[in-house]
Design a protein around this ligand. Structure first.
Ligand SMILES: Cc1cc2nc3c(=O)[nH]c(=O)nc-3n(C[C@H](O)[C@H](O)[C@H](O)COP(=O)(O)OP(=O)(O)OC[C@H]3O[C@@H](n4cnc5c(N)ncnc54)[C@H](O)[C@@H]3O)c2cc1C
Length: 246
């Protein structure tokens, strides 16, 4: 077990532009081990003068894919690590990582209860790992994803989510676009609220497992709203990405 927390040197083997602000990086890992969907890696950069900076990134890929993981990183304009990953790192570069880390915000396909996933922005990343794991394991637990983005162009994994949804295996995907939306858009167009939560959650019943990830305000709002509509707080797991207060 100890080896999972040792730093290892990963090689970037592929970079995919997901949206204008999000890129996915495939990391080949010499000491790969299967993760649980929802876990993350710590990534460490070291400057020539020895200055080090470390950030956490959720694993986007499914544990079934041996030897490598995908991380999807949203660029925070005035950040240290995410702009470096977006603007400087190229295929073939190496970065230090350790993981997989985390035992709370995790879902396994062996869990049979209905699943409700709520994400905002890059908060969809660990939820995508769960959906990819669900598909790879041919799990069919009824699953609803409610995903809040600013605009359609900001939706990460849009095409893949459409493909997964089209498999008709019990997955439903609900998008809400909070800032702008196409004229013919028939999804939600507002921030997550009680009515939306009721519509998305109610068909799954009360015995539902819930994972919420994103900016703090979205996470707290959604978690409180679910408790208000009768979902036990003990069924709701949350993970916050942004700085507190956002
Ligand atoms: C468990 C965990 C998993 C995470 N997984 C992911 C992931 O899969 N993808 C991903 O993109 N990020 C993820 N994050 C966030 C990530 O760790 C960094 O916080 C983020 O990339 C910003 O780092 P930075 O060095 O670029 O910015 P920093 O230098 O840390 O911050 C620069 C400025 O931006 C603000 N800021 C920091 N983060 C955010 C944010 N998320 N939104 C708005 N403002 C912010 C800071 O307060 C500061 O003012 C995760 C965080 C945690 C704790």
């Amino acid at each position: 077990m100890k080896q999972t927390l040792d730093w290892q040197i990963a090689t970037i083997t592929h970079i995919k532009t997901e949206t204008a602000r999000a890129k996915s990086f495939t990391l080949a890992l010499p000491n790969w081990m299967p993760h649980r969907a929802g876990q993350h890696y710590d990534l460490r950069l070291t400057a020539q003068d020895g200055y080090q900076v470390e950030r956490s990134y959720s694993i986007a890929s499914e544990p079934e894919r041996a030897g490598q993981v995908d991380l999807t990183i949203e660029k925070i304009e005035d950040g240290e690590v995410s702009p470096y990953m977006h603007e400087v790192v190229v295929v073939g570069d190496q970065v230090e990582v350790r993981g997989p880390i985390g035992g709370y915000f995790v879902w396994d396909a062996s869990m049979r209860e209905p699943l409700l996933l709520i994400g905002g922005g890059s908060g969809v990343v660990p939820l995508m790992s769960m959906l990819r794991h669900r598909a790879a394991a041919h799990a069919s637990a009824p699953t609803h994803l409610l995903y809040s983005s600013r605009a359609l162009d900001d939706v990460i994994y849009y095409d893949e989510l459409e493909t997964l949804r089209a498999q008709m295996d019990g997955l439903k995907v609900f998008h809400t676009l909070t800032r702008s939306h196409p004229e013919n858009w028939n999804g939600y167009t507002r921030r997550i609220d009680a009515d939306m939560l009721r519509e998305v959650a109610a068909p799954l019943g009360k015995n539902v497992r819930v994972f919420i990830c994103g900016p703090t305000a979205l996470v707290e709002n959604a978690a409180n709203g679910l408790v208000q509509i009768g979902i036990p707080a003990s069924s709701v797991k949350t993970e916050r990405f942004g700085p507190s207060g956002t």
